[in-house]
Design a protein around this ligand. Structure first.
Ligand code: ATP
Ligand code: MG
Length: 244
């Protein structure tokens, strides 16, 4: 166990790195996931390691969209499971969404390890293991989803998703919410609601907004989604990075 001093100026970043390391050791996170983490960290550094007001607006719109959904699904991969397992369960509870394990490099061992890890953090119904449907346009393994999960969903939260799959889900007519620190990555660029923020900060903040909006009317929720400007969010994050 590595002790990270809480007063270290880069405490959050070190903690994140440590959780990913542990994820790899437990067979939850892939080696590819380690590389993705490094890429994310560099963007977070440039964004000042904090949530931009524009990202907060996206997080509020995401909460409204999840609450409006007929069937929302939160997609979980190896990095998400390592970084925010309990926070993902809390978001599912706050919005009535399902949780589905969905991996770019799918192996049955990793699927099971992640599902177990999520259950240890309070998840009661973890989807993704049935794999009885396919996302059209993707090669067999990469397209596997659950028929009563992502395949059936109208709204999907895909944090740290690969660009190809984000596009394929969009083509299925799903409303996509993507969390990704890189505003230039294809995944947030294809999303209806791109959240340019660290998943560590983003998921709890979407939950907070969802709790705050729990008693809002459908009209209010629809207005939040309608007023949301995805281009402004992407431009603002890019500007913040360029103006460092
Ligand atoms: P594409 O352009 O096809 O989307 P990519 O280069 O983004 O490709 P990915 O493997 O999808 O390739 O990269 C992982 C993405 O996850 C990166 O864009 C990275 O910024 C992002 N990322 C990594 N860690 C985090 C994190 N903790 N929170 C949010 N985003 C993260
Ligand atoms: Mg990407």
């Amino acid at each position: 166990e590595v002790e990270i001093p809480e007063d270290h100026p880069r405490y959050q970043s070190l903690l994140t790195r440590h959780r990913i390391e542990e994820g790899v050791e437990k067979g939850i996170t892939s080696k590819q996931g380690l590389i993705a983490e490094g890429r994310g960290e560099s963007f977070d550094y440039l964004l000042g390691e904090e949530t931009l007001p524009s990202a907060d607006a996206a997080e509020r719109a995401a909460a409204a969209q999840l609450l409006l959904a007929e069937h929302a699904v939160l997609s979980v991969n190896g990095n998400v499971a390592a970084l925010v397992p309990g926070e993902t369960v809390a978001l599912a509870e706050a919005t009535g969404a399902d949780i589905e394990v969905n991996l770019f490099g799918r192996t049955e061992e990793r699927m099971r390890a992640i599902a177990d890890h999520l259950r240890e953090h309070g998840a009661t119904n973890v989807k993704g293991l049935a794999a009885d449907a396919r996302i059209p346009g993707l090669e067999h393994e990469r397209g596997k989803v659950d028929e009563d999960g992502i395949y059936d969903a109208d709204v999907v939260l895909v944090p740290l998703e690969d660009g190809d799959r984000a596009e394929a889900l969009g083509e299925m007519g799903k409303t996509e919410i993507v969390i990704d620190l890189n505003p230039l990555s294809r995944s947030p660029r294809t999303a209806a609601i791109p959240i340019i923020d660290n998943i560590i900060r983003a998921v709890p903040n979407v939950t907070e907004h969802a709790r705050d909006l729990a008693d809002a009317s459908r009209d209010e929720l629809e207005a939040i989604v309608a007023d949301f400007d995805r281009e402004a969010v992407l431009d603002d994050a890019e500007r913040a990075i360029r103006d460092v």
